[in-house]
Write a protein that binds this ligand. Structure first.
Ligand code: AMP
Length: 400
């Protein structure tokens, strides 16, 4: 059996999975690990392998020490990436700018290019580079592949990608819509034609990736033609803790009259806004419990969330002209039947009709939840970004 080690490195954490690239999206990974609180007095490593789950509390000064420790623990059980047949290491890289449209085998100049893109993703790309450097040191003989969150949206048409700001300023600062969650939008949208029996080259669809972060995309014949996230993942839909679209004037107002620095506003809009900013919680299970207890703020937050979502769905219906499928994915989209029902409520005039019974079935793999007479098929398709990265990395490593 051959595997891919998938690494998603954050500023103080590294998530990793050892994945069989030929597994199903709903299969659990062979091994899943999380190294967290790196650089803090007490860190934690959690590893899951089959039924086994073990947790190690100790100080983890660096990403390298964290991953090394995790590999040693895996070696004790004979499932370290050094012992298994690992054909590639796939790295999630958040920002590929205009440079990277496809996954890339990682060689030094690729790392340099990812570093040059740091100003566009100051929180994410440095952490991704840390992960790449550490993993290349630990596993020097295996091909490493960078898979970019922005890749699928590289081909957005200019009318969707450009912001209407001074062209020279925009160009000098590389300001445009890049889009994120691309691996998920591509993975999910590529499954839809097979599920509804259409030709992939003639399928027009809307993908709603609703997790803690949330984004939607319009996909025509396999290519993204619009998406809700922008220069950064802050744009678009209302999210768990992010505001999504706001009038940019809010930022000037807060800076001039709200006594807030740019960093404080950044933190406000990314971490203390969205559903959490309005209702105090960002998890939709908690939000639902609050709504059931008639909490007014929770109800309002939910309605703001749904209102924004419906606006995007409507705008993408117009952009696509004809829609074959609308697909829900990610934590909220896969599990929350209320969000799905309310997002598409009262759209019969546009050919969209959910079947309430199908919508109420528990999350169980890819499925159609629209009524038989719905012209537009509505689906739930579980995403699996790690598997998608593993498949891309394995394919590229095979060709290299
Ligand atoms: P993700 O970012 O895709 O991992 O999604 C995480 C989010 O999914 C959580 O913050 C919850 O809001 C939501 N979620 C997970 N499970 C459920 C569930 N059973 N019902 C409603 N929302 C859920």
């Amino acid at each position: 059996m051959s595997y891919v080690l998938v690494i998603n490195s954050g500023s103080s954490s590294v998530k990793f999975q050892i994945v069989d690239p030929n597994s199903d999206a709903s299969d659990p990974p062979f091994v899943a690990g999380l190294v967290e609180q790196i650089g803090e007095p007490q860190g934690r490593i959690t590893i899951t392998h089959g039924e086994d789950r073990w947790v190690l509390q100790k100080s983890i000064p660096t990403h390298k020490e964290g991953l090394e420790e995790a590999f040693e623990r895996l070696a004790l059980r004979g499932v370290s990436p050094r012992e298994l047949d690992v054909v590639a290491v796939g790295h999630r890289v958040v920002h590929g700018g205009m440079v990277f449209s496809q996954p890339e085998i990682i060689v030094d100049p690729v790392v340099d290019m990812i570093r040059e893109l740091v100003p566009l993703a100051p929180l994410h790309n440095p952490a991704n580079i840390d992960g790449i450097e550490v993993a290349r040191e630990l596993l020097p003989d295996i091909p490493h592949v960078a898979v970019f969150d922005t890749g699928f949206f590289h081909s957005l048409p200019p009318a969707a990608a450009l912001y209407a700001i001074n062209a020279e300023v925009a160009s000098r600062n590389q300001i445009r819509r890049y889009g994120f969650h691309g691996t998920s939008h591509e993975f999910v949208s590529s499954q839809v034609p097979g599920l509804i029996g259409t030709d992939p080259d003639h399928t027009r669809q809307i993908v709603l990736h609703l997790g803690n972060g949330a984004s939607c995309s319009a996909v025509a014949n396999g290519h993204a033609i619009d998406t809700s996230m922008g220069l950064t993942p802050l744009a678009g839909l209302v999210m768990g803790t992010r505001s999504g679209d706001i009038d940019p004037g809010v930022i000037f107002h807060l800076a001039r009259h709200g006594g807030m620095s740019i960093d404080e506003i950044d933190e406000l809009l990314n971490k203390r806004s969205g559903v959490k900013g309005l209702a105090g919680v960002n998890d939709f299970r908690e939000l639902r419990a609050m709504i059931e207890n008639e909490d007014g703020d929770a109800w309002l937050a939910y309605n703001v969330y749904i209102n924004r979502l419906r606006s995007f769905i409507g705008s993408y219906m117009v952009a696509l002209g004809r829609v074959d499928a609308i697909t829900f994915t990610a934590g909220v989209g896969e599990n929350d039947k209320f969000v799905r029902a309310d997002a598409l409520d009262n759209m019969e005039a546009f050919g969209v009709k959910i079947d309430p019974e199908r919508n109420s079935l528990p999350n169980d793999g890819p499925r159609i939840i629209s009524a038989d007479d719905s012209r537009v098929k509505v689906l739930v398709v579980p995403t699996n970004e790690e598997l998608a990265i593993a498949q891309k990395a394995a394919a590229l490593a095979r060709r290299a």
